[in-house]
Design a protein around this ligand. Structure first.
Ligand SMILES: [Zn+2]
Length: 425
């Protein structure tokens, strides 16, 4: 993005010295709103703000007024002017500071409109291949085959993992984890790609605090719903992996069909009720496994103990945990429209985990030069999730890396070939 930088920042401070703050605010607000007269001014919310807050709002409005034309057709000056008033109290940078302009342009929704406005949509050839990737298998879902194709592989995997956590494990330093969480949030907000912070209503602007949202997985809820959710995550993982012969695809499972999702849940409930050993394994692993819990305030469960030696060399644990923490944070940043699109794809895991892990790999790589995080980046990080992860990589190669970010962080799923024409319900 290129912003119009003039000497008017100085002029604005001159104006503020000589003119009534209310007058300057109303003038700039009206300019940013593009002459809208249907909505009452937000001055009533600004009048009692402290002078530093008022100054941030006025400089932000001034910056927007000069750059509104460059944001593209999706930009709403009305919303932007209002967002600045709402976000001023949580500001991190003051006018004149190095990151002030970036902060205003992301918090106001300017970037949210501007970033996708210059992105090309996938062309016809790419669109055709993308449609195949998201495609629905024209077969019935034969859930009965999964007991033989997936369950033994899945259980063996769980039993192996359980050995890492069997004996009393050494606790990880929770304050260290909170520090890393805060650094991840700072890094994603202010360094690297502009897409995550461009979501003006997203977690990077609405007060979400990763460090305060990190919970020891051992303290997370353990009930029938949590165990079912755990097993569901695992069957989507193993069922899209070569180890099970890609059993979910082979069985004709179509995540876009609610009937299939219900049938799969019924099957998993049956397994849990009939197999005490499976149920116990999941109970143990739940206390040491990462998960994000969506909601008004997202929560992230993280393993808070070191695994036994059979997991691998101890010095690799923190880099692994760092990668897990980035992955879970990416989940938190998913735009609601992207999350909704997960349910429109036959292998929903491509979007639900494949794309998340792809973005995780990019962030890990980008954080190599960060003074707080660089030392934690694993030597090599390959996108996981079997066939789903590989499909996510293909989507990036077909549609473009920025297009994937526009889809994921801003909900602009048309840039990865999804949209109403794909049969959304
Ligand atoms: Zn995940």
């Amino acid at each position: 993005m290129s912003l119009r930088k003039t000497k008017r920042d100085a002029t604005l401070d001159d104006r503020l010295a000589g003119e009534d703050v209310e007058h300057v605010f109303r003038t700039l607000e009206s300019q940013v709103r593009g002459g809208d007269v249907d909505h009452p001014s937000r001055w009533v919310d600004v009048a009692d703000a402290d002078p530093a807050e008022q100054r941030w709002i006025l400089h932000g409005l001034d910056l927007l007024a000069r750059n509104a034309d460059g944001a593209g057709p999706e930009f709403s000056g009305l919303r932007a002017a209002s967002l600045l008033v709402d976000r001023a109290r949580g500001r991190r940078h003051e006018p004149g500071g190095q990151r002030f302009e970036q902060e205003v342009m992301s918090a106001s929704g300017w970037l949210e409109a501007a970033l996708p406005s210059s992105l090309p949509l996938p062309g016809p050839t790419a669109s055709a291949r993308l449609a195949e990737i998201y495609g629905r298998p024209p077969v019935v879902f034969d859930a009965g085959t999964l007991a033989a194709s997936v369950l033994p592989v899945l259980k063996a995997g769980l039993a192996e993992e359980a050995l890492w956590w069997g004996s009393p494990a050494e606790p990880e330093d929770l304050s260290w984890m909170e520090k890393v969480a805060a650094s991840i949030q700072r890094f994603v907000h202010e360094e690297g790609s502009s897409f995550p912070a461009a979501h003006a209503a997203g977690p990077l602007h609405d007060g979400f605090d990763y460090a305060a949202s990190v919970i020891d997985a051992g303290a997370a809820d353990d009930d029938a719903d949590a165990r079912l959710a755990f097993l569901r995550r695992r069957i989507h993982l193993v069922g899209r992996d070569a180890s099970s012969g890609y059993a979910l695809s082979a069985a004709g499972y179509d995540h876009a069909q609610p009937g299939h999702r219900d049938l799969l849940d019924d099957l998993l409930d049956e397994w849990l009720a009939a197999d005490r050993e499976l149920d116990d394994l999941i109970g143990l692993l739940l206390r040491h496994s990462p998960a994000h819990v969506a909601g008004e305030r997202a929560r992230v469960h993280l393993p808070a103990h070191l695994p036994a030696g059979s997991w691998g060399p101890k010095e690799l644990w923190r880099p692994h945990l760092y990668a897990v923490m980035v992955h879970e944070f990416v989940h938190v940043l998913a735009h609601p429209d992207f999350t909704e699109a997960v349910e429109s794809v036959a292998d929903g895991q491509i979007l639900a985990e494949g794309v998340v892990d792809l973005l995780t790999a990019e962030l890990l790589d980008a954080s190599r030069t960060d003074p707080d995080l660089g030392g934690l980046v694993p030597g090599d990080y390959a996108v996981g999730y079997g066939a789903s992860g590989r499909a996510a990589i293909e989507i990036r190669d077909l549609a473009g890396a920025d297009q994937v970010k526009a889809a994921f962080y801003l909900g602009r799923v048309e840039f990865i070939g999804l949209g109403p024409e794909e049969g959304w319900t």
